[in-house]
Design a protein around this ligand. Structure first.
Ligand SMILES: [Zn+2]
Length: 347
């Protein structure tokens, strides 16, 4: 065995806990048993995953920040099996939560009990308009949308983007399908309106927008070059144009100039740069499992990203490995697993 191997083995050994003395006095054995019992009791009694290991809010997490705070709670031990990563335990339900959930005619949305849906009118800026006062969106996504519209209106000096649709509950989708069917016929309704339960609008992460000028002119973005800004810049805020003409055979939806969906910045960047629709991207990520090669790329702000997929366990909880340091986001795909996107420090 050469020196280098010896060193490596020594380092591995030194990381392990010191070996226990074999001839312990009976009192110490007794105390040990009591300690183990108390620890087990604590584990049973403590609330699990208090907030942060739950991914329903889709926010990004910091495993260790500059103050040394850690999140989310660690349900596994330190990642000795995979240095630099640690396991957290996610329930099967969490597959249906997060920025990257795929909702289409094959994969139904699972409505959560705790969605943070807010009115757009009450929370909007003066940078855009709303078609109806009762429009709603996920609170976090609306904040990001407001930021995007602030940049757009300052770059183009236009404030005539209009939001026509946002969050829809099951009943609203049902009503929309019915009214479109009555107005334009069943073929139109089937092509443009998803069945209740299968619309991205249920997520609160999707919205329809177009142009409504002060002179009362209504048009889609493609009719005025100022608005094509959204085609090329919305990914920098984490939004994608969800339904493009040349992806209709995959998405099952014809071109929709108006429909944008939030998926999170690194994902939107990758999909935009590689011309992938969400169906294609979700499929691609499956070829980068945690225990295999990860998808790595640099985004347009030179940030290096690492993406990987963890299939959800069919029964019970899934051990999802997250980086022990740095920021990451975690999302279910609404189908069969979890996706981690981690910021990597430049080598
Ligand atoms: Zn839409």
């Amino acid at each position: 065995m050469n020196k280098r191997n010896d060193d490596r083995i020594l380092r591995q050994i030194s990381r392990r806990r010191p070996r226990r003395q074999s001839n312990l006095a009976p009192i110490w054995v007794l105390l040990g048993i009591v300690a183990v019992f108390l620890a087990a009791l604590l584990i049973i009694l403590l609330p699990r995953g208090s907030g942060n290991s739950n991914i329903s809010d889709g926010t990004s997490y910091v495993t260790t920040d500059s103050e040394g705070n850690t999140a989310p709670p660690d349900s596994g031990g330190p990642g000795e099996k995979y240095p630099g990563y640690k396991a957290i335990s996610l329930s099967r339900d969490e597959v249906h939560r997060g920025d990257l959930i795929l909702v289409n005619s094959d994969y139904e949305y699972v409505f959560p009990e705790d969605a943070d849906i807010v009115g757009i009118s009450e929370n909007k800026t003066s940078d855009y308009k709303v078609a109806y006062d009762n429009l709603r969106l996920d609170a976090r996504i609306l904040g990001i949308f407001n930021d995007m519209l602030a940049e757009f209106s300052s770059v183009m000096n236009r404030r005539d983007v209009i939001v026509n649709s946002g969050y829809r509950d099951y009943k609203e989708q049902q009503d929309i399908y019915q009214s479109r069917k009555e107005l334009y016929g069943e073929a139109y309704a089937d092509a443009y309106v998803q069945d209740p339960g299968y619309s991205e609008h249920h997520t609160g992460y999707a919205l329809d927008m177009s142009v409504y000028t002060d002179d009362g002119v209504s048009m889609t973005f493609d009719k005025d070059p100022d608005f094509t800004w959204f085609y090329h810049a919305s990914h920098t805020y984490g939004f994608i144009r969800r339904y493009a003409d040349h992806k209709e055979d995959i998405t099952g939806i014809p071109n929709e100039e108006w429909h944008f969906r939030y998926v999170g910045k690194p994902h939107a960047y990758y999909m935009y740069s590689n011309d992938l629709c969400l169906e294609e991207y979700i499929a691609l990520l499956r070829s980068y499992p945690f225990d295999g090669e990860h998808l790595e790329f640099r985004d347009d702000s030179e940030q290096l990203w690492e993406m990987y997929f963890i299939p959800a366990s069919d029964s019970g909880a899934t051990e999802v490995y997250i980086p022990t340091e740095g920021e990451y986001t975690l999302s279910g795909n609404n189908v069969d697993g979890f996706i981690v996107a981690a910021e990597k420090k430049a080598q």
